[in-house]
Design a protein around this ligand. Structure first.
Ligand SMILES: C[S@@+](CC[C@H](N)C(=O)[O-])C[C@H]1O[C@@H](n2cnc3c(N)ncnc32)[C@H](O)[C@@H]1O
Length: 453
């Protein structure tokens, strides 16, 4: 059979899951990505796109469902871009993620001979997120508050309840929607209007909730009373802030922050420590699994007490502060000034005085530390999805720690960087995937590397 054409209907068996959660099938050898297909499904699909080496298709009917197929509990599933794996039984989600970590390391990183440890499942496959970001758009009858449709950055679904967040956050979402009804909404075409995003955050152990309004102007007069009403209706509301983004870029990050109700941060407890988290700082979005992830990191560091540790991409200092109790000294490096300020405040709040947090990009700060003669037995690195910048990786090799503990939220860049470190004399010993994001295709893993003798 020839390569199918756009509009053709073909039958396929889905035999794999790609990154991003699309099913992968083959029509006479030609690779077809099928959204919503899962390994084991026999499906009838309509081809929507054809390229030289692969095509895309949508499901017309699932003729024989995979034994791992389950009914998705969320009303928005299939349209919402947030969760893509709700229709896959949780044990199968875990197995697929574990396989993707192995495939990436072996195929992209070309590393072998390491131990892949069984993925750590999440005890709460739903209701685990402590932070959600909702987009606000104008709609007939008032503001629409929700998440983007899958692959449609121009379409926002009005989400009344999200199963990934707690009941408190859903109550806050409902109240914010109610309050937002009378507010003006930013229009990206004209640049007029006020409200752009609403981010909700919650300390899962403290029950303190935060609402962050991202608006086009510092209109405290309008949003102040809204914030007061939110606090009156949802008593867990400990902080409401306004971040101003008056630029075209559609991002939920502001250039200035105004307090509306309560303080500028909420607190969370993790690993026996207390953390202040402000609106613009990174904090792990799954508190329960973050504690387990950090437990894996701590064990991987094998600290005896006398070591110097460098914590690259240190965020609000969670890893630095947890390790500070077990070593002589920690240097944290982080680009976001708000996160560095939180990390310093968190060290003080926990009575920890052996951590120094440096502000700046790793590719600039780490070479400077090396130039100053700083040495470290252990480096922990938890970069964003893009992984290491080549200059940052070069500086890491120059520092030459005995052990590197790499925490990754993207197996592809983990594989690339681990492959590079292997060529620079490091051996990948083991990898421990941790499921931080059930129902989504996102994968977190800790990799332990050791410098060859
Ligand atoms: C995945 S988070 C890890 C945070 C921290 N380890 C934790 O668990 O809370 C990545 C962090 O890297 C920071 N970051 C991103 N690019 C950076 C860069 N080039 N240099 C330093 N920090 C960076 C982000 O602001 C974010 O706080």
């Amino acid at each position: 059979m020839a390569k199918p054409r756009r509009g053709d209907t073909v039958e396929l068996v889905i035999d794999d899951l790609a990154f991003g959660g699309e099913g992968v099938g083959r029509a006479s050898g030609y690779v077809v990505f099928v959204r919503g297909g899962i390994p084991g499904d026999r499906v009838r699909v309509r081809i929507t796109e054809t390229r030289a080496r692969f095509g895309r298709a949508v499901i017309e009917s699932v003729d024989v469902p995979s034994p791992d197929r389950v009914a998705a509990p969320c009303a928005y599933f299939g349209r919402c871009g947030g969760c893509r794996l709700q229709h896959v039984a949780y044990p199968a989600q875990l197995a697929l993620k574990e396989k993707q970590v192995r495939d990436c390391l072996e195929r992209l990183g070309e590393v072998t001979g390491f131990e892949l440890r069984p993925i750590l499942p999440a005890p709460e496959p739903y209701g685990y997120r402590n932070k959600m970001e909702f987009t606000v758009v104008a709609a007939p009858g008032g503001a629409r508050l929700g998440l983007h449709e899958a692959d449609r950055y121009d379409v926002v679904l009005d989400i009344e309840r999200c199963l990934l967040q707690s009941d408190t956050m859903n109550a806050l979402l409902a109240e914010v929607r109610e309050q937002a009804r009378g507010l003006s909404v930013y229009d990206p075409d004209s640049g007029q209007g006020l409200l752009r995003f609403v981010t909700l955050r919650e300390g899962r152990r403290t029950r303190e909730a935060m609402v962050n309004f991202v608006a086009a102007a510092p209109d405290v007069e309008t949003l102040g009373p809204v914030a007061e009403r939110l606090r009156a209706r949802v008593p867990e509301t400990a902080s409401v802030v306004l971040n101003v983004n008056s630029k075209k870029a559609s991002v939920a990050v502001g250039t200035e922050e105004h307090g509306l109700v309560g303080g500028d941060s909420i607190t969370e407890r993790l690993g026996g420590l207390i953390f202040h988290v402000s609106a613009s700082s990174f904090f792990q979005t799954n508190t329960v699994q973050a504690e387990r992830l950090f437990g894996v990191v701590e064990a991987a560091c094998e600290l005896a007490g006398s070591e110097t540790v460098v914590d690259l991409y240190s965020g609000t200092g969670a890893i630095s502060l947890l390790l500070a109790r077990r070593c002589r000294r920690v240097w944290g490096v982080e680009v976001a000034p708000a996160a560095v300020a939180d990390a310093v405040r968190n060290a003080q709040a926990n009575g920890i005085d052996n951590c120094t947090f440096l502000s700046g990009e790793v590719r600039h700060v780490l070479p400077e530390l090396v130039r100053q003669g700083v040495s470290a037995e252990v480096v922990v690195a938890d970069p964003p999805r893009a992984g290491f910048h080549p200059k940052a990786l070069g500086a890491l090799a120059d520092l030459g720690p005995a052990r590197i503990v790499y925490v990754s939220c993207n197996p592809s860049t983990l594989a690339r960087d681990v492959g590079d470190l292997a060529r620079r004399g490091y051996r990948l010993e083991w990898v421990q995937p941790v499921d931080m994001f059930p129902q989504t295709p996102h994968i977190e893993a800790v990799a332990r590397l050791r410098r060859a003798a």
